[in-house]
Ligand binder design. Structure first.
Ligand SMILES: Cc1ncc(COP(=O)(O)O)c(C=O)c1O
Length: 455
C-alpha cells in the first residue's frame, strides 16, 4: 500500500497513540500555529506507529512508494528526501568519495557541494564554466574542456554538474556522460531545477535518461511540492549500490521523517505523472511561451532563449541594470523576482504560476519599457567574481574547525579564506574555506570590512 493510502486508512482506525509526536495529531498543537497551518496538517503528522515504515530502512509503505517512483523515472532506485536536494547531494558525494579522492566540480555548483566536501574530505578540482558577461550567467558545460580536465587529472572519481543551471541554461548531459564513462568517472547531476523534465520533454531531457549515475531533484522548486521535498535517483546502468546511498542518507537524515512531506513527495510524483499533471505542465509551458513571445516584441527588452529551460524567464533591458529593474518591479509593482544581477533578472515559474500572474509581469515590463525609464548606464558586472579561478590551498575538510581570525580586507590577500562567501540566491561560492584570497576577489567584496582567514 502507498503512503497516502495508508495514512488515510490509519486516520479512520482512530488508534489511541502514546507515541511521538506529542501534539497527538493536533490536540496539543500551539493554537496560533494550528490556525495558520490548519489542524488537518497536524492530523497527518505521525511517527513510526505500527504499520508506518522506516525511512532509513524502508520495507513497507515507503518502499512501495519509492519503488513506484523508480518505475516512473526509469531509475534503478529512488530515495525520498525530506531535507531537500542539499541532503541528496551530500549523501551522494559521501557514498562515492573517500578522504583525499579527487572530485571535479563545476564552479556554478550549489553550496551543498561544499558541505559534501567537508564531510567526505575529498579534494576539489574546479571546472570553470565559461561566464557569459552579456547576461551575467554561466554557459553550458564545454565538452572539450571537460575532456581536457579529465585527461589531465587521471585520478578524478566523480564529476558534479548543475543542469539546468539556476538560470535555466541546459548542457548536453548525454555527451557529458559519454566523456565521464570514457575516463571511468561517475557523474552526479544536480537537477534541482529540472523536476518537471521527466514529465514534459520540451523542457529538457532528464539526466537519468542520459547516462548520469545519480540525479537529485527538488520537487519544491518548480513542481509544486512543499519545501524542501526532493528525490534522489540512481541511473539504471549505474553500478552505484543503492545500499551505499541509503547508508549515507542515514548519516544525515532525521529518524523522525515528516509524513506530510513524504505524502507530498509521493503525491507530487504521481500527480506529475498523471494526465492531469502533464496537462498542467503543458499549460504552464504554453503560458510562459506566450509571455516570452510578447516580451520579445517589446523594444529595449531581451529574453534569454538559447536552449534554456522554459520555466526560467531571464530578461534584460537596455539602459537599466538587472538590479535596477528588480528594484522598480519590487517598489512600483509589488513583484519580486528570484534573482537579479548587473545584467539580467530571473523570474522562476512552476506549477503554481497562473496566467494572471504572468499577465501582471507582462504589464509591468511593458509599462517600464514604454516609459523608457533610464536610471543609469549598466554598471560593471559584479558577478565577474565568479570568473576568478579558485586556488585551493587546503581542502574544506582539512581547515574545518581550525582556528581563524578576522582581518581587514586589505590585509587578506594571499591568506587562506575561512568563510563560505556566496550570494544567495544563487548560492554559488565565490570563496570557500581553504582557498587563497586573491587581489581580484577584493574588488567584489567591497561591501565588507573584514574577512575570516586561517589563523
Ligand atoms: C542548483 C541548486 N542545487 C541544489 C539546491 C538545494 O536544493 P534544496 O533547497 O532542495 O535543498 C539549490 C537551492 O537553491 C539549487 O539552486
Amino acid at each position: 500500500m502507498s503512503i497516502i493510502k495508508f495514512v488515510k486508512k490509519f486516520k479512520k482506525i482512530n488508534r489511541t497513540l502514546f507515541t511521538t509526536p506529542s501534539h497527538s495529531q493536533g490536540a496539543g498543537a500551539t493554537p496560533e500555529i494550528a490556525s495558520l497551518l490548519g489542524r488537518k496538517f497536524f492530523s497527518c503528522d505521525y511517527s513510526e506507529a505500527e504499520g508506518f515504515d522506516n525511512l532509513s530502512n524502508p520495507i513497507g509503505i515507503i518502499k512501495v512508494a519509492q519503488d513506484n517512483a523508480a518505475k516512473i523515472y526509469n531509475a534503478k532506485s529512488t530515495f525520498f528526501l525530506t531535507n531537500g536536494s542539499t541532503s541528496g547531494i551530500v549523501a551522494a558525494m559521501n557514498a562515492i568519495l573517500n578522504r583525499n579522492d579527487k572530485v571535479l566540480i563545476s564552479r556554478n555548483c550549489h553550496k551543498s557541494v561544499y558541505n559534501g566536501l567537508v564531510i567526505t574530505g575529498a579534494v576539489p578540482v574546479w571546472f570553470m564554466p565559461y561566464y557569459n558577461k552579456d547576461w551575467g550567467i554561466y554557459d553550458p558545460v564545454n565538452i572539450d574542456y571537460l575532456d581536457e580536465m579529465l585527461r589531465k587529472n587521471k585520478d578524478i572519481k566523480l564529476f558534479i554538474m548543475t543542469n539546468p543551471t539556476y538560470e535555466g541554461v541546459i548542457s548536453d548531459v548525454n555527451r557529458v556522460a559519454s566523456v565521464c564513462k570514457r575516463y571511468n568517472v561517475k557523474l552526479l547531476v544536480d537537477e534541482a531545477h529540472g523536476a518537471l523534465w521527466n514529465f514534459h520533454r520540451s523542457l529538457g531531457v532528464p539526466a537519468i535518461l542520459e547516462g548520469a549515475d545519480i540525479v537529485v531533484q527538488s520537487l519544491h522548486k518548480t513542481a509544486g511540492a512543499l519545501n524542501p521535498s526532493a528525490i534522489l535517483l540512481i541511473g539504471n546502468d549505474s553500478d552505484i549500490n543503492p545500499k551505499q546511498i541509503q547508508e549515507s542518507l542515514n548519516l544525515i537524515t532525521t529518524t523522525s521523517p515528516s509524513y506530510p512531506l513524504l505524502m507530498n513527495i509521493e503525491g507530487t510524483i504521481n500527480y506529475l505523472n498523471s494526465e492531469k499533471g502533464r496537462s498542467k505542465i503543458t499549460e504552464l509551458v504554453k503560458n510562459v511561451n506566450r509571455l516570452v513571445r510578447t516580451l520579445r516584441d517589446i523594444p529595449n527588452l531581451e529574453v534569454y532563449s538559447y536552449n534554456n529551460d522554459v520555466t526560467k524567464i531571464l530578461v534584460k533591458l537596455t539602459n537599466i541594470s538587472g538590479f535596477e529593474l528588480s528594484d522598480i518591479l519590487f517598489e512600483k509593482y509589488n513583484i519580486e523576482d528570484e534573482l537579479a544581477n548587473e545584467k539580467s533578472v530571473l523570474f522562476l515559474t512552476g506549477l503554481g504560476t497562473t496566467k494572471s500572474k504572468l499577465k501582471k509581469l507582462e504589464k509591468a515590463l511593458t509599462e517600464i519599457c514604454s516609459n523608457n525609464i533610464k536610471i543609469t548606464e549598466a554598471q560593471e558586472d559584479t558577478n565577474l567574481m565568479y570568473t576568478v579561478e579558485p586556488r585551493v590551498k587546503y581542502t574544506p575538510a582539512l581547515v574545518w574547525n581550525k582556528p581563524y581570525r578576522e582581518v581587514e580586507l586589505k590585509y587578506s590577500v594571499s591568506r587562506v579564506a575561512m568563510e563560505v562567501i556566496t550570494n544567495y540566491p544563487p548560492g554559488i561560492p565565490v570563496l570557500l574555506p581553504g582557498e587563497v584570497i586573491k587581489k581580484e576577489h577584493l574588488e567584489f567584496l567591497k561591501d565588507r570590512k573584514k574577512i575570516k582567514v586561517l589563523a
